[in-house]
Design a protein around this ligand. Sequence first.
Ligand code: DAT
Length: 174
Amino acid sequence: MRIMKRPNILLTGTPGVGKTTLGKELAQRTGLTYINVGDLAKEGQLFDGFDEEYQCPILDEDRVVDELEDQMMDGGMIVDYHGCDFFPERWFHIVFVLRTDNTNLYNRLESRGYTGKKLQDNVQCEIFQTIYEEAMEAYKEEIVHQLPSNNPDDLERNLEQISQWIEQWMKDNN
Ligand code: DAT
């Protein structure tokens, strides 16, 4: 039996923009596999040191890449992380950078319990479009797409667009 090839998708953007919400629902609708890199690191203790300023463990990027390599080669993965420049470029067929308006993001992060510098820095990360620029440098510009992620209508539109893109990719590549 010939195995259907499926694409790998990166969902990235500032914390709180809606990567997890979109990624989990997309996996349900398409049968692709959702991977949350933060959770994967916690489960496997894929950390290297501790960030005193932000009071959080530092991701061991090399071990994360090693851990995911085999699955990525099989295809059909949806990867969710708030950074994107340490993954091998060859892994991804398309990259989506989710974007949220500042006040909206501020409210989401505040209700997540973020305060002070952590809250400010994350909102600033979105204002300066840090992750979008990181993605544009790490991947071919033509595979990097920004998606508005402000409300349930945006979520539904994003789900439909990405599902359609996956379907088309599978027709073109099988
Ligand atoms: P991330 O994984 O990027 O950190 P999340 O999926 O956990 O973000 O979402 C953060 C919060 O925002 C969560 O309470 C769900 C809400 N949210 C996500 N996408 C949304 C959307 N399109 N419209 C309204 N709220 C959304």
